[in-house]
Structures are given as structure tokens and as C-alpha cells.
Design a protein around this ligand. Structure first.
Ligand code: PA5
Length: 448
């Protein structure tokens, strides 16, 4: 179960300067109805992610079972949309000590930080490792570079058997991984053509790693399906959770100057959900001088770090809290504690966590900071499926509000192109020229 409480974003609660009027929400009625019908029609193309919850997962589960039988380590090599979704499912839906007690142990090689790379290598045995190289384009520098180093290592260690330790998840037709995989008989999984990186968690990009670590991916998709059904039927913004999230954030941004969207879960499991959300919100909507900057925070830790700013600093934020009603475990404070701290007697850690959330919310109301709370009855595959789909659709819908294409990322591609040029890739000579024109190191200070 997911509940969205948006009371504290409304003008009734925090006043008209910072809060949204109900009339404002409702004034978008015709717009919402029109966009709603366009989205339903676009499910074959741009909104293809909406079809993914309905897929047959048998092949993915079968492959995951094979991997679980054969390997003790599963390493995902990928970055951005090709890693954040799988990492989010792993962090939120497996035990926090998963790698200590379970197999296959799961690692993500995303960055090209040699120390991180080395640290992972130290924890695995190549002869027992399956490497899942994930890249839609099949050419992202970080992914291909990490793969290239691994490739030499497994060839040397495993001889002819190196192929059996690789799975490529990539574009169904083009790119280096596709070509190299086909030429060498490597197991290949397709990322459907219309699905871009950050919307790909419900393809083999996210589902295979999730199934390998034992997550019930059918339950995840069941949750996504439920959210899709609700959002496909409900045209009214007050009944459609995705449109509500989109519109409240849009109005807060464009009419109340809330240029920053903070997401603050009270539960560390969901910390990586925020990493996933940050990419989705930033890369999809940060276009044409528009978009909200997504910021990650964690309750209660950041109460002691950020809340001063959120309450009394610049009034540019809307906050989304995530509350978890039931946790896997809890610890109670005994009655037998010193008198000075006896107000804690009989209370549990989880109870304190949620009371702190409540306290923070009221403090924010006092400072008129708009905030929404998403309540999960528990962190389950079903609820995470709902939550993921909710934000994917909210992001897609927001594209219409901002009048930007939420499914491309031209500004990311530009950075990638300059990197290719700097690495001497053929065909990028003009980019190198452009780089030389643009880049200066003129003003510097150095301290030895
Ligand atoms: O969402 C996106 O499209 C990007 O963040 C990509 O996922 C990221 O740049 C990695 O690209 P690729 O999957 O092509 O390696």
C-alpha cells in the first residue's frame, strides 16, 4: 500500500505564498484529460516503459536461476540508467547484509575509479564470477573501459571459457556490445528500442540482477501494474497519484519558486531509491532552462545537517518524505533506563524514527515549507514496483507540463562526445577542436 499525503503542500496549510491552491490544481483539468489520452496512445512508443510491467518474466527468471547455480559473484558493469535501477532494487529489497550471508554476491562497477574497481576485484574470484555488462548505447566510456580491463583478466584466467562468464544487456541491433557479443557468441539480452536508460529498470537491465539476488520480480511488476491500472483509469488529478506528484511539483516550481526537489526517506533502505529518482527527475526534465534540481537527504541523519537550511534558508524547496510504517525488525528501549532519559522508555527505534519525521514535518509547516509524504506500509517488492512506476509516469507527465522531451538527454551526450574526443576516438576530431576552443585554465591558485 502507498499513501500520498499532500496536505502540507496546499495553501490551506502553509499559506498562498508557498502553498498551492486547490483551484490551481483543478484549473489543469482539461490539460490533464488531454495529456492523459495522449499518454495512453503513446504506450507503444515514447511511453513504452508503461508496457513493461505486463511482460512474461520466465526467460529472465530461468537465466537468473542458471546464474545462481553456476556463480558465486555477480558483477554489474554499467552506469547511470544502466546501473541505478538495479542498485536501487538491490538496496531496497535485499537484506542489508546480503553480501555477507548470500550468494551470488552482488557488486556494481559503475565509476572508472580504479580504487573502487580494485576493491571489487579483491572481493571476487574470477572463475566464479558472472559479469553482466549493461549499456543501451553499447559504447559508454566508463562501461566499456571497465569491461575492457575485466576482459583481459578473464581471458588470461579462464582461457576459452571467458565467454561463459559474460552477459551483455544492450540495444537489440546496434552498438559495440551488440556487435562484439554476436561475433563472439556471448549471451545477449535486449533493451527494447524505445526504452531509454533511466526508464529501463523493468527490462533485463534491472530485472535480471534483481532476480539473481533473489528478489521476486513478479511481485515488483505486479506493483507496477497496479499503479499503471490506477493511473490509466483515473484522469482526475486528485485521484491520479502520478499526475498529482507531477502537478504539485510543477506548480511549486513555476509558480512558487521551488526550484529544488528534496527527497528524504526515513529508512536507509530507500536511500538508493533517491539516487534513482535524482537521475530520473534531473535528466528527464532539466532542459531549455527548466527543471527542478533533485536533492538527496536522509531522515533522521539530515535533520542534523540540512533542516536548518530547509526551514530558515532560501525558500526554494519542496520536500518529499518517505515514511515506512512497518520495518523488518525493531528494537524497544527498556523501562530500566536512567530517570533523565526515561521519556524514551517503552518506545522503539522505529517509533522514534517516525515521530522524528512527524516533528520535522510540523517544524516545516511552521516555516511554510511545502512537503509531501509518501507512506509505504512496508518496503516490499510490490510497493517498490508501485513507487518506481509512479515516478516514471510522473516524470513522463511532467514532460508535457514543462513542454520538454523527458526521454532524451542531449546535454549528457555532449559530455560523452567530448570524452570520446579526448580519448582519441575516430570521428570525433571536430569535437576535439571545439574542446580546444572552449577549454582554458587561465585563472588558478595552487598551494603546495
Ligand atoms: O538515462 C540515460 O539514458 C543515461 O543516464 C544512460 O543510462 C547512461 O548515460 C548510460 O548509458 P548507456 O546505457 O548507453 O551505457
Amino acid at each position: 500500500m502507498i499513501k500520498i499525503d499532500y496536505t502540507n503542500v496546499m495553501a490551506e496549510t502553509i499559506g498562498e505564498r508557498d502553498g498551492i491552491l486547490r483551484e490551481e490544481l483543478l484549473s489543469f483539468r482539461h490539460f490533464v484529460v488531454e495529456v492523459h489520452s495522449r499518454i495512453q496512445k503513446e504506450k507503444e512508443k515514447k511511453f513504452y516503459f508503461a508496457k513493461l510491467p505486463y511482460q512474461d518474466t520466465t526467460p529472465i527468471k530461468e537465466l537468473a536461476n542458471e546464474i545462481r547455480e553456476k556463480f558465486d559473484y555477480f558483477v554489474l558493469i554499467g552506469i547511470g540508467g544502466s546501473s541505478l535501477g538495479a542498485e536501487m532494487l538491490f538496496q531496497s529489497l535485499t537484506d542489508r547484509n546480503y553480501n555477507l550471508f548470500n550468494k551470488p554476491k552482488f557488486f556494481v562497477m559503475d565509476n572508472v575509479d580504479p580504487e573502487k574497481f580494485h576493491a571489487i576485484l579483491q572481493q571476487i574470484e574470477l572463475e566464479k564470477t558472472c559479469f553482466n555488462v549493461i549499456s543501451k548505447s553499447g559504447s559508454t566510456v566508463e562501461t566499456i573501459a571497465n569491461f575492457a580491463v575485466v576482459f583481459e583478466m578473464i581471458k588470461e584466467k579462464l582461457g576459452d571459457r571467458w565467454k561463459e562468464h559474460l552477459i551483455f544487456t544492450t540495444d537489440p541491433e546496434k552498438g559495440f556490445l551488440r556487435k562484439f557479443g554476436e561475433e563472439n557468441g556471448i549471451k545477449l539480452l535486449d533493451i527494447p528500442k524505445p526504452v531509454g536508460g533511466r526508464f529501463s529498470v523493468f527490462t533485463p537491465v534491472g530485472l535480471l540482477p534483481a532476480a539473481v539476488v533473489g528478489i521476486d520480480i513478479d511481485e515488483v511488476l505486479k506493483g507496477a501494474k497496479k499503479m499503471d491500472l490506477v493511473c490509466s483509469v483515473e484522469e482526475h488529478v486528485e485521484h491520479n497519484p502520478a499526475y498529482l506528484i507531477a502537478l504539485t511539483h510543477y506548480l511549486a516550481n513555476m509558480r512558487r519558486g521551488k526550484t529544488i526537489s528534496v527527497m528524504m526517506p526515513y529508512g536507509e533502505r530507500l536511500s538508493s531509491f533517491v539516487d534513482w529518482y535524482r537521475q530520473l527527475w534531473a535528466e528527464s526534465l532539466g532542459k531549455d532552462g527548466l527543471g527542478q534540481t533533485p536533492v538527496k537527504a536522509l531522515g533522521t541523519v539530515d535533520q542534523h545537517s540540512q533542516i536548518q537550511l530547509y526551514r530558515h534558508g532560501i525558500r526554494d524547496k519542496i520536500i518529499t518524505f518517505i515514511q515506512i510504517d512497518k520495518m523488518e525488525v525493531d528494537y524497544k528501549i527498556s523501562d530500566n533506563i536512567p530517570e533523565d532519559i526515561s521519556y524514551l522508555s517503552g518506545h522503539s527505534l522505529h517509533e522514534i524514527l517516525n515521530k522524528e519525521l512527524l516533528g520535522t514535518k510540523v517544524a516545516l509547516i511552521k516555516s511554510k515549507v511545502p512537503n509531501i509524504t509518501i507512506v509505504l506500509d512496508k518496503v516490499s517488492p510490490y510497493n517498490i514496483g508501485m513507487l518506481v512506476y509512479l515516478y516514471e509516469l510522473a516524470t513522463g507527465f511532467s514532460g508535457y507540463l514543462y513542454k520538454v522531451n523527458p526521454f532524451d538527454q542531449p546535454a549528457v551526450e555532449e559530455g560523452k562526445n567530448f570524452t570520446y574526443a579526448l580519448m582519441g576516438r575516430e570521428g570525433y576530431e571536430e569535437k576535439l577542436e571545439e574542446f580546444r576552443e572552449l577549454y582554458r585554465e587561465k585563472y588558478k591558485i595552487e598551494v603546495q
